[in-house]
Design a protein around this ligand. Structure first.
Ligand SMILES: [Zn+2]
Ligand SMILES: [Zn+2]
Length: 119
């Protein structure tokens, strides 16, 4: 194993752009993981994290899948009760977040209040 996985707790801090103070998002470029500003061209590489890292995929789950603008467009809805507002309908997304032999992760987003959770 040549790749190192950094401590998860240290991965979850929010990083802000020094130029425009917007939150930096996780991005992958040429096989490397980096924090990238969505507003200006600023980015900062994250060392010791590879695309094969489970920590990285966990972060991608949260940052890109749930936070992505396009992620919840044109998705189906299903009868499921929201634990926040008790609304009976939510959008759902199935995402292959890890290796192909692991089951899909299902994410829900309440049609009423926008609350998000995972199965
Ligand atoms: Zn910026
Ligand atoms: Zn709700």
């Amino acid at each position: 194993m040549s790749s190192k996985v950094v401590n998860e707790s240290s991965m979850f801090y929010m990083d802000f752009c020094p130029n425009c103070s917007n939150i930096l998002h996780l991005d992958e470029y040429m096989g490397e993981v980096r924090h990238k500003c969505q507003v200006c061209p600023y980015f900062s590489p994250i060392k010791n994290v590879t695309l094969a890292s489970r920590s990285f995929y966990k972060l991608k789950e949260i940052d890109s899948v749930l936070g992505g603008k396009a992620a919840w467009e044109n998705v189906d809805s299903i009868d499921v009760v929201c634990n926040s507002c008790n609304h009976g309908r939510a959008y759902f997304l199935q995402v292959q977040t890890r290796s192909a032999d692991e089951p899909m992760t299902v994410f829900y987003k309440c049609c009423n209040c926008g609350n998000r959770w995972r199965e």
